[in-house]
Design a protein around this ligand. Structure first.
Ligand code: NAI
Ligand code: MG
Length: 362
C-alpha cells in the first residue's frame, strides 16, 4: 500500500462559535483522510480575543512566521463583545490575508436541496460564486482623525485601488467564469465614487479583452444587491471590491438558507504562501456556548481547503454528505428551522461520509 499524502494545517478556532464548529470540521477531514489516502497534521493555535485580553495582541509577534510553515490555515471566527471589532479583525484576520497575499476571497452561494431560501423566487436554483478582492480597496489603514474631542473633529478614510490589484482579481474571476461557461458581473459604483470606480471599470474592461469567451457586465452595486434578491438564478460569477464583495456575500449567504452554511476561501492563487479557509459567518455571540451553531459552513470551508490541497475526491465526498443530510433528513440546526444541535448535525455528516464510502466500496 502506498503511504498517505501528507498535509500540514494550522488551526485557528478563534472565538465564540468558532471553537464549537471547528471540531466537527477536523473530524470530517480526518475521516475523509482515512478513506481517501491522505493525512492531515493539525497544529492548533489558541489565538483570538482571549489572547488579546491576556497579552494585548490577537496573536504573538512571531504568529505569521509560525503560520507560514503550513500548507493551509483553517480558521473559525474571531470577535468577542469585550474587544472592539476593528481590533480583532485588524489584529488577526487582515494581517494573515495580507502577509500571505491572499488576494482572492472566494465565496460560493449555492442553494442545496432541502434548504429553504427566504426568497419566494428561486426557480432555476442559486449558484453564485463571488470573488471578493481581499488585499486592498476600502479596507485600508490610510487616514486618521483630526481635532479629536472638539466640534471640528473629523475622520478621513482612504481607499486604495491599484491596477495590479484589480487586474489580478478580475483575471481570477474571468478564469472561473470561463471554466463555468458563464458570465461575469462586476460590482461597481462609478456613478457616485468618481475616481476609484471608473478606474476599476477600465481595468475590468482591459482584462475582459483578454477573455473573449467571457461575457462581462458592469452593474452598480446597489442594483446588483437588488438582483441578488430579485433574480439570483441569473447570476453566475460576480467580482467586487473588498467592501462590496463583503456586503454581497452576506446577502449570498442568507438567500441560500443561513449565515451558518456559507463557506469561503482566502486564496493565494500562486501558492507562494498558505491559503486560509473560513466560514463567512462571525463568532455569533448571540448563540455562542449553547451548542446550536450550524457546523456546515465550517465543514464546507474545510472541504474547500481539501480541494485546494489537491484532494478533490474528498471535497466532493464532503459536499455529497452535506447534501444528503440536508436533502434526505430533517437533521438541522435552528438557523435552518430545525431543532438539532451542532453535535447532532456533525454526527449526521460524519455518518453520511461513512455510508457514501461504503456504498462506493460495495
Ligand atoms: P455573525 O456572522 O457572527 O452573526 C450574524 C447572525 O448570524 C447572528 O444572528 C448569528 O447567530 C447567526 N449565525 C452566524 N453563524 C451562525 C452559525 N454557524 N449557525 C447559526 N447561526 C449563525 O456576525 P455579527 O453578529 O455581525 O458579528 C459577531 C462577531 O463576529 C463580531 O465580533 C464580528 O466582528 C465578528 N465577525 C468575524 C468574522 C470573521 O471572523 N471572519 C466575520 C464576521 C463577523
Ligand atoms: Mg462579512
Amino acid at each position: 500500500m502506498s503511504s498517505p499524502r501528507h498535509h500540514a494545517v494550522a488551526v485557528l478556532p478563534g472565538d465564540g462559535i468558532g471553537v464549537e464548529v471547528m471540531p466537527p470540521a477536523l473530524e470530517a477531514v480526518d475521516l475523509l483522510g482515512g478513506l481517501h489516502g491522505f493525512e492531515v497534521a493539525w497544529t492548533e493555535y489558541p489565538w483570538g480575543c482571549d489572547h488579546y485580553l491576556e497579552h494585548g495582541a490577537m496573536m504573538p509577534e512571531d504568529g505569521i512566521a509560525a503560520l507560514a510553515e503550513h500548507d493551509a490555515i483553517l480558521l473559525g471566527a474571531v470577535g468577542a463583545p469585550g474587544v472592539p471589532d476593528h481590533v480583532s479583525l485588524w489584529g488577526l484576520l487582515i494581517p494573515i490575508r495580507r502577509a500571505f497575499d491572499q488576494y482572492v476571497n472566494l465565496r460560493p452561494a449555492l442553494l442545496l436541496p432541502g434548504v429553504e431560501s427566504p426568497l419566494r423566487e428561486t426557480a432555476g436554483g442559486i449558484d453564485i460564486l463571488v470573488v471578493r478582492e481581499n488585499s486592498e480597496g476600502e479596507y485600508s489603514e490610510i487616514g486618521g482623525r483630526v481635532f479629536p474631542g472638539t466640534d471640528r473633529e473629523l475622520a478621513l478614510q482612504e481607499a486604495v485601488f491599484s491596477r495590479r490589484g484589480i487586474e489580478r482579481v478580475v483575471r481570477f474571476a474571468a478564469g472561473l467564469a470561463e471554466s463555468r461557461g458563464g458570465t461575469l458581473v462586476s460590482a461597481t459604483k462609478s456613478n457616485g465614487i468618481i475616481h476609484s470606480m471608473p478606474f476599476w471599470d477600465e481595468v475590468f474592461a482591459d482584462v475582459l479583452a483578454e477573455h473573449p469567451g467571457v461575457e462581462g457586465r458592469l452593474l452598480h452595486v446597489d442594483a446588483l444587491a437588488a438582483r441578488f434578491i430579485s433574480h439570483p438564478g441569473e447570476l453566475d460569477v460576480v467580482v467586487g471590491s473588498n467592501l462590496f464583495g463583503d456586503i454581497l456575500t452576506d446577502i449570498g449567504a442568507v438567500i441560500v438558507g443561513s449565515m451558518g452554511m456559507a463557506p469561503s476561501a482566502n486564496l493565494n492563487p500562486e501558492r507562494e504562501h498558505p491559503s486560509m479557509f473560513e466560514p463567512v459567518h462571525g463568532s455569533a455571540p448571540d448563540i455562542a456556548g449553547r451548542g446550536i451553531a450550524n457546523p456546515i459552513g465550517q465543514i464546507w470551508s474545510a472541504a474547500m481547503m481539501l480541494d485546494h490541497l489537491g484532494e478533490r475526491a474528498a471535497h466532493d465526498a464532503a459536499l455529497a454528505a452535506i447534501r444528503r443530510v440536508l436533502g434526505e433528513t430533517g437533521i438541522r440546526t435552528p438557523d435552518l428551522g430545525g431543532t438539532s444541535s451542532t453535535r447532532e448535525v456533525a454526527d449526521a455528516v460524519l455518518a453520511a461520509i461513512r455510508d457514501h464510502a461504503m456504498a462506493g466500496a460495495r
